[in-house]
Design a protein around this ligand. Structure first.
Ligand SMILES: O=P(O)(O)OC[C@@H](O)[C@@H](O)c1c[nH]c2ccccc12
Length: 261
Protein backbone atom coordinates (compact mmCIF):
# COMPACT_ATOMS: atom_id res chain seq x y z
CA UNK A 1 0.00 0.00 0.00
CA UNK A 2 1.36 3.44 -0.87
CA UNK A 3 0.77 6.41 1.42
CA UNK A 4 -2.11 7.70 -0.69
CA UNK A 5 -3.91 4.34 -0.36
CA UNK A 6 -3.38 4.46 3.40
CA UNK A 7 -4.69 7.99 3.69
CA UNK A 8 -7.84 7.22 1.69
CA UNK A 9 -8.51 3.99 3.60
CA UNK A 10 -8.29 5.90 6.89
CA UNK A 11 -10.40 8.68 5.41
CA UNK A 12 -13.24 6.25 4.59
CA UNK A 13 -13.37 5.13 8.22
CA UNK A 14 -13.22 8.69 9.46
CA UNK A 15 -16.02 9.86 7.16
CA UNK A 16 -18.24 6.94 8.16
CA UNK A 17 -17.73 7.81 11.80
CA UNK A 18 -18.44 11.50 11.21
CA UNK A 19 -21.59 10.65 9.27
CA UNK A 20 -22.87 8.57 12.15
CA UNK A 21 -22.23 11.43 14.60
CA UNK A 22 -23.50 14.45 12.67
CA UNK A 23 -26.38 14.01 10.21
CA UNK A 24 -26.48 15.91 6.87
CA UNK A 25 -29.39 17.99 8.13
CA UNK A 26 -27.39 19.40 10.97
CA UNK A 27 -24.64 20.53 8.58
CA UNK A 28 -27.24 22.03 6.24
CA UNK A 29 -28.67 24.04 9.12
CA UNK A 30 -25.32 25.64 9.92
CA UNK A 31 -25.36 29.45 9.75
CA UNK A 32 -22.47 29.36 7.29
CA UNK A 33 -24.52 27.29 4.86
CA UNK A 34 -26.33 30.51 3.90
CA UNK A 35 -23.15 32.48 3.38
CA UNK A 36 -22.39 33.88 -0.10
CA UNK A 37 -19.15 32.27 -1.22
CA UNK A 38 -16.21 34.08 -2.85
CA UNK A 39 -14.74 32.70 -6.06
CA UNK A 40 -11.04 31.87 -5.90
CA UNK A 41 -10.99 31.32 -9.67
CA UNK A 42 -12.16 34.92 -10.22
CA UNK A 43 -9.63 36.27 -7.75
CA UNK A 44 -6.84 34.43 -9.57
CA UNK A 45 -7.97 35.69 -12.98
CA UNK A 46 -7.75 39.27 -11.72
CA UNK A 47 -4.52 38.98 -9.77
CA UNK A 48 -0.95 39.79 -10.64
CA UNK A 49 0.68 37.45 -8.14
CA UNK A 50 -1.85 34.60 -7.91
CA UNK A 51 -0.64 33.32 -4.56
CA UNK A 52 -2.75 30.80 -2.66
CA UNK A 53 -1.16 30.44 0.77
CA UNK A 54 -1.62 27.30 2.82
CA UNK A 55 -1.98 26.51 6.51
CA UNK A 56 -0.10 23.25 7.01
CA UNK A 57 1.30 22.10 10.37
CA UNK A 58 2.93 18.92 9.20
CA UNK A 59 2.86 16.46 6.31
CA UNK A 60 3.80 12.85 5.67
CA UNK A 61 6.70 14.03 3.50
CA UNK A 62 8.15 16.63 5.87
CA UNK A 63 7.01 15.70 9.41
CA UNK A 64 6.72 18.89 11.47
CA UNK A 65 6.61 22.18 9.58
CA UNK A 66 5.16 24.42 12.27
CA UNK A 67 3.10 23.40 15.28
CA UNK A 68 3.34 26.60 17.29
CA UNK A 69 1.25 29.08 15.29
CA UNK A 70 -2.44 29.77 15.59
CA UNK A 71 -4.72 29.70 12.57
CA UNK A 72 -6.18 33.09 13.36
CA UNK A 73 -2.82 34.87 13.10
CA UNK A 74 -1.86 32.95 9.97
CA UNK A 75 -5.17 33.78 8.23
CA UNK A 76 -4.95 37.48 9.15
CA UNK A 77 -1.32 37.58 8.09
CA UNK A 78 -2.08 36.02 4.71
CA UNK A 79 -4.96 38.41 4.16
CA UNK A 80 -2.80 41.45 4.99
CA UNK A 81 -0.13 40.13 2.65
CA UNK A 82 -2.62 40.32 -0.24
CA UNK A 83 -2.83 36.64 -1.17
CA UNK A 84 -5.70 35.56 -3.48
CA UNK A 85 -6.90 32.77 -1.25
CA UNK A 86 -5.99 30.55 1.66
CA UNK A 87 -5.79 26.78 1.69
CA UNK A 88 -6.56 25.08 5.01
CA UNK A 89 -5.55 21.47 5.52
CA UNK A 90 -8.30 19.77 7.49
CA UNK A 91 -6.91 16.23 7.61
CA UNK A 92 -5.92 15.39 11.18
CA UNK A 93 -4.00 12.15 11.09
CA UNK A 94 -1.42 12.97 8.41
CA UNK A 95 -1.38 16.77 8.32
CA UNK A 96 -2.28 17.79 11.89
CA UNK A 97 -5.24 19.84 10.68
CA UNK A 98 -8.92 19.96 11.65
CA UNK A 99 -12.26 21.20 10.37
CA UNK A 100 -12.15 23.71 13.21
CA UNK A 101 -9.08 25.27 11.57
CA UNK A 102 -11.34 26.10 8.63
CA UNK A 103 -13.92 27.62 10.93
CA UNK A 104 -11.32 29.75 12.72
CA UNK A 105 -9.83 30.89 9.41
CA UNK A 106 -13.36 31.82 8.27
CA UNK A 107 -13.89 33.91 11.37
CA UNK A 108 -10.50 35.61 10.96
CA UNK A 109 -10.40 36.77 7.35
CA UNK A 110 -12.43 37.40 4.20
CA UNK A 111 -10.25 35.42 1.83
CA UNK A 112 -11.70 32.62 -0.29
CA UNK A 113 -10.88 29.47 1.67
CA UNK A 114 -9.99 26.13 0.13
CA UNK A 115 -10.80 23.05 2.15
CA UNK A 116 -7.64 21.01 1.56
CA UNK A 117 -8.81 17.47 2.14
CA UNK A 118 -8.94 14.01 0.67
CA UNK A 119 -12.53 14.14 -0.59
CA UNK A 120 -14.06 10.72 -1.15
CA UNK A 121 -17.70 11.40 -0.24
CA UNK A 122 -20.34 14.12 -0.81
CA UNK A 123 -20.69 14.41 2.96
CA UNK A 124 -17.30 16.18 3.09
CA UNK A 125 -18.65 18.85 0.75
CA UNK A 126 -21.52 19.54 3.14
CA UNK A 127 -18.90 19.85 5.89
CA UNK A 128 -16.80 22.18 3.75
CA UNK A 129 -19.77 24.48 3.21
CA UNK A 130 -20.91 24.32 6.84
CA UNK A 131 -17.43 25.23 8.10
CA UNK A 132 -16.99 28.22 5.82
CA UNK A 133 -15.11 26.99 2.74
CA UNK A 134 -15.44 28.62 -0.69
CA UNK A 135 -13.50 26.06 -2.66
CA UNK A 136 -12.94 22.32 -2.55
CA UNK A 137 -10.08 20.19 -3.79
CA UNK A 138 -10.67 17.01 -5.74
CA UNK A 139 -7.66 14.74 -6.23
CA UNK A 140 -7.82 12.81 -9.51
CA UNK A 141 -5.40 10.14 -8.23
CA UNK A 142 -7.99 8.86 -5.72
CA UNK A 143 -11.22 9.32 -7.70
CA UNK A 144 -12.91 7.80 -10.74
CA UNK A 145 -14.21 10.04 -13.53
CA UNK A 146 -17.69 9.33 -12.32
CA UNK A 147 -16.86 10.44 -8.76
CA UNK A 148 -15.17 13.59 -10.04
CA UNK A 149 -18.34 14.38 -11.99
CA UNK A 150 -20.67 13.68 -9.05
CA UNK A 151 -18.61 15.59 -6.49
CA UNK A 152 -17.87 18.58 -8.71
CA UNK A 153 -21.51 18.95 -9.77
CA UNK A 154 -22.60 18.71 -6.14
CA UNK A 155 -19.99 21.32 -5.16
CA UNK A 156 -21.30 23.68 -7.87
CA UNK A 157 -24.84 23.22 -6.55
CA UNK A 158 -23.49 24.43 -3.17
CA UNK A 159 -21.80 27.43 -4.88
CA UNK A 160 -18.35 26.11 -4.13
CA UNK A 161 -15.49 26.50 -6.61
CA UNK A 162 -13.76 23.28 -7.64
CA UNK A 163 -9.99 22.81 -7.90
CA UNK A 164 -9.17 19.50 -9.55
CA UNK A 165 -5.67 18.22 -8.89
CA UNK A 166 -3.70 16.05 -11.28
CA UNK A 167 -0.16 14.76 -11.41
CA UNK A 168 0.08 13.15 -14.85
CA UNK A 169 -1.49 13.09 -18.29
CA UNK A 170 -3.74 10.12 -17.62
CA UNK A 171 -5.30 11.80 -14.58
CA UNK A 172 -5.77 14.98 -16.58
CA UNK A 173 -7.45 13.27 -19.54
CA UNK A 174 -9.93 11.41 -17.37
CA UNK A 175 -10.87 14.53 -15.40
CA UNK A 176 -11.64 17.31 -17.84
CA UNK A 177 -15.29 18.34 -17.55
CA UNK A 178 -17.24 21.63 -17.39
CA UNK A 179 -18.05 21.42 -13.66
CA UNK A 180 -14.42 22.23 -12.73
CA UNK A 181 -13.17 25.79 -12.27
CA UNK A 182 -9.45 25.33 -11.76
CA UNK A 183 -6.99 22.67 -12.86
CA UNK A 184 -4.15 22.19 -10.40
CA UNK A 185 -0.95 20.40 -11.30
CA UNK A 186 0.70 18.95 -8.22
CA UNK A 187 4.46 19.09 -8.61
CA UNK A 188 4.68 16.57 -5.77
CA UNK A 189 3.90 12.96 -6.56
CA UNK A 190 1.66 12.01 -3.61
CA UNK A 191 2.75 8.37 -3.86
CA UNK A 192 6.52 8.93 -3.79
CA UNK A 193 6.82 12.59 -2.60
CA UNK A 194 9.19 13.42 -5.45
CA UNK A 195 8.87 17.10 -6.37
CA UNK A 196 9.58 18.58 -9.80
CA UNK A 197 8.32 21.80 -11.39
CA UNK A 198 8.76 20.02 -14.74
CA UNK A 199 5.38 18.37 -14.06
CA UNK A 200 3.64 21.76 -14.32
CA UNK A 201 5.55 22.62 -17.48
CA UNK A 202 4.80 19.35 -19.25
CA UNK A 203 1.08 19.24 -18.47
CA UNK A 204 0.31 22.93 -19.08
CA UNK A 205 -0.36 22.66 -22.83
CA UNK A 206 -2.87 19.83 -22.26
CA UNK A 207 -5.11 21.95 -20.02
CA UNK A 208 -7.93 23.66 -21.96
CA UNK A 209 -7.81 27.44 -21.63
CA UNK A 210 -11.26 27.77 -20.02
CA UNK A 211 -9.78 26.52 -16.73
CA UNK A 212 -7.61 28.60 -14.44
CA UNK A 213 -4.28 26.80 -14.18
CA UNK A 214 -2.74 26.38 -10.74
CA UNK A 215 0.72 25.03 -9.99
CA UNK A 216 0.95 23.32 -6.59
CA UNK A 217 3.77 22.33 -4.21
CA UNK A 218 7.50 22.75 -4.06
CA UNK A 219 7.42 26.47 -4.90
CA UNK A 220 10.02 28.23 -2.76
CA UNK A 221 11.14 31.27 -4.71
CA UNK A 222 10.08 33.99 -7.11
CA UNK A 223 12.08 32.42 -9.95
CA UNK A 224 9.83 29.36 -9.90
CA UNK A 225 6.80 31.55 -10.46
CA UNK A 226 8.45 33.61 -13.18
CA UNK A 227 9.33 30.33 -14.90
CA UNK A 228 5.77 28.97 -14.68
CA UNK A 229 3.84 32.12 -15.69
CA UNK A 230 4.73 31.82 -19.41
CA UNK A 231 3.18 28.33 -19.33
CA UNK A 232 -0.16 29.96 -18.51
CA UNK A 233 -0.26 29.44 -14.74
CA UNK A 234 -2.28 32.06 -12.88
CA UNK A 235 -2.35 30.40 -9.46
CA UNK A 236 0.49 29.18 -7.23
CA UNK A 237 -0.19 27.13 -4.14
CA UNK A 238 2.49 27.60 -1.50
CA UNK A 239 2.57 25.91 1.90
CA UNK A 240 5.86 24.99 3.47
CA UNK A 241 7.84 27.98 2.20
CA UNK A 242 5.63 30.28 4.30
CA UNK A 243 4.67 27.92 7.11
CA UNK A 244 8.24 27.02 8.04
CA UNK A 245 8.84 30.61 9.17
CA UNK A 246 7.75 32.21 12.47
CA UNK A 247 5.48 34.62 10.63
CA UNK A 248 3.91 33.10 7.50
CA UNK A 249 1.92 36.28 6.79
CA UNK A 250 5.07 38.41 6.80
CA UNK A 251 6.86 35.87 4.60
CA UNK A 252 3.97 35.91 2.14
CA UNK A 253 3.93 39.69 2.18
CA UNK A 254 7.63 39.95 1.32
CA UNK A 255 7.25 37.29 -1.34
CA UNK A 256 4.36 39.11 -3.03
CA UNK A 257 6.11 42.49 -2.87
CA UNK A 258 9.13 41.01 -4.63
CA UNK A 259 6.94 39.27 -7.19
CA UNK A 260 5.00 42.41 -8.06
CA UNK A 261 8.08 44.63 -8.34
O1 LIG B 1 4.12 22.85 1.06
P1 LIG B 1 4.18 22.97 -0.42
O2 LIG B 1 5.26 22.12 -1.03
O3 LIG B 1 4.29 24.42 -0.86
O4 LIG B 1 2.80 22.38 -1.01
C1 LIG B 1 1.55 22.99 -0.75
C2 LIG B 1 0.41 22.15 -1.34
O5 LIG B 1 0.55 22.16 -2.73
C3 LIG B 1 0.45 20.73 -0.80
O6 LIG B 1 0.25 20.78 0.57
C4 LIG B 1 -0.61 19.80 -1.44
C5 LIG B 1 -0.97 19.78 -2.75
N1 LIG B 1 -1.92 18.86 -2.98
C6 LIG B 1 -2.20 18.24 -1.82
C7 LIG B 1 -3.14 17.23 -1.54
C8 LIG B 1 -3.25 16.81 -0.25
C9 LIG B 1 -2.46 17.35 0.76
C10 LIG B 1 -1.52 18.35 0.50
C11 LIG B 1 -1.40 18.80 -0.80
Amino acid sequence: MNILDKITADKRNEVNLRKSLIPNKQLEQSVLFERTTISLANNLRNSKSGIIAEHKRRSPSKAVINQSLNVQDVAKGYENAGVCGMSVLTDGKYFGGALDDLLIARASCNLPLLRKEFIIDEYQLLEAKAYGADVILLIAAILTRNEIKRFSEFAKSLDLDVLLEVHNEEELQKSIMPSLDMLGVNNRNLKTFDVSLETSKTLSSLIPSDFVKVSESGISNIEAIKTLQPYGYQGFLIGENFMKTDNPGESASQFIKKLEQ
